[in-house]
Design a protein around this ligand. Structure first.
Ligand SMILES: [Mn+2]
Length: 426
């Protein structure tokens, strides 16, 4: 299924008058405050977020998984789904594949399909948290950290294979997330586990093409519940430094203990030129993988404020690989992803409203109240007309969720694919 441009236009026409009124009002107010509205719109249009291939079907928990009708059952259909989201939002111009769930059969055909939908291949993700069919060794007690040399070698080789697959598609980075750790005190020697992991990562790093980067993701707990080898940003930073210039830390919003100051983590990593990637989601308790911005939108804004500051002031930090990393247990995955993209753009737009020079002056004067006023004034601005303007000028929908529903996308997918399809993944 493909959404035709004129159908999006038809849905936009119904909202056009109201949008224009809202946009003119906001644009006028922001210009009076000294903001460059056109520059902000251009930045919103350029900001593209990768959709992970595993987020297009229903997610699940360890208690069960409830299927969603019309799920994509092949890599081709997953890319088509990203194309649907991108055509409505103009923000999802990339896909992030998970190997071995998404190994292409025909590389040229997949590349052609993606480029026809204006979709790039972002970071490729390896998987050593599950045993694969016919694998010789098991990851039950860890992969890159395992005490067995044979297991570590199998995990290293898998990552090298993933790089090779990504390279054929035009990806430029490998994301490594390890489930390695221990469930009980005494099970692991912390030092041996970390040293094995560092040596294994160095072996993978040696296999990176020159223009590639390696993104090292951290997480404090789960699936192991006593210790995780790469538990926090400090460990990830340490390993990235040990590997070399092309290795970076990756921040996943859900991979922190409650109340962690993620904006400060982001800020320090960018200062050190070591923030390579970012995974968006939201959470109440742990790695809940909820819709971006659904629980803590102010925290998301504060994080974006640091990201924007870093993008403007830290040339030592590379362009980031942005990705949504969420799971959908009760919503239509495509609607959920559209909501997440909207929340990301909203937080980004609000952060772009912060006048960094005025904020800096207030900080230098220790004017604490003014510092807070500056941030909260930006946060309290309803920027949605800016997002709608940015999207619609590129051919997207003024209101993507409304368009998705009025175009009856899910029912068309069910007609095309059937009810009982299941997407590959967890
Ligand atoms: Mn992640």
């Amino acid at each position: 299924m493909k959404i035709e441009q004129n159908h999006i236009q038809d849905t936009n026409n119904k909202n056009l008058k109201s949008h224009q009124e809202h946009f003119d009002f906001l644009s006028h107010n922001l210009s009076n405050k000294g903001a460059n509205v056109n520059a902000i719109i251009k930045k919103l249009q350029d900001f593209q977020v990768a959709i992970p291939s595993w987020a297009l079907g229903a997610g699940g928990t360890r208690f069960g998984r409830f299927s969603f009708y019309g799920e994509p059952s092949s890599l081709e259909q997953k890319i088509e789904d990203v194309g649907l989201i991108h055509s409505l939002t103009q923000t999802a111009g990339a896909v992030s594949l998970h190997i071995p769930w998404d190994i292409p059969q025909d590389y040229n055909a997949i590349k052609e399909l993606a480029s026809g939908l204006d979709i790039k291949f972002d970071a490729v993700n390896s998987n050593t948290f599950q045993d694969q069919k016919n694998a010789k060794e098991s990851y039950k007690y860890g992969s890159l950290s395992n005490t067995s040399e044979a297991v570590r070698q199998q995990a290293i080789q898998h990552n090298l294979d993933v790089i090779n697959i990504g390279n054929k598609l035009g990806s430029k980075s490998l994301t490594v997330w390890l489930a390695d750790g221990s469930c009980f005190p005494g099970q692991n020697n912390f030092q041996t586990a970390l040293q094995n992991t560092e040596n294994s990562l160095k072996d993978i790093y040696k296999g990176l093409p020159t223009d590639w980067s390696m993104l090292i993701e951290y997480k404090p707990y789960e699936p192991n519940f006593y210790s995780t080898v790469i538990q926090d940003w400090g460990t990830s930073f340490m390993l990235a430094n040990a590997c070399g210039d092309k290795a970076y830390s990756l921040v996943d919003l859900g991979h922190h203990l409650p109340n962690s100051n993620i904006e400060q983590i982001v800020s320090i990593l960018m200062l050190k030129g070591k923030l390579g990637g970012f995974h968006f989601n939201d959470s109440k308790y742990g790695d809940d993988d909820l819709t971006v911005g659904s629980i803590k939108p102010y925290a998301l804004f504060l994080i974006f404020n640091e990201l924007v500051y870093g993008m403007q002031n830290n040339p030592q930090n590379p362009d980031l690989a942005w990705m949504i990393d969420a799971s959908h247990n009760v919503k239509d995955p495509l609607e959920d992803l559209i909501q997440s993209l909207e929340a990301i753009q909203e937080a980004y737009a609000k952060a772009l409203l912060v006048d960094q020079d005025v904020l800096k002056a207030a900080q230098l004067n220790n004017d604490v109240v003014k510092c807070q006023e500056i941030l909260q004034d930006a946060y309290r601005t309803d920027v949605r007309p800016l997002l709608a303007e940015a999207r619609s000028k590129k051919g997207g929908a003024l209101n993507p969720i409304q368009a998705y529903r009025s175009l009856d996308v899910r029912n068309s997918l069910i007609k095309e694919r059937g009810k009982n399809t299941v997407a590959t993944g967890l």
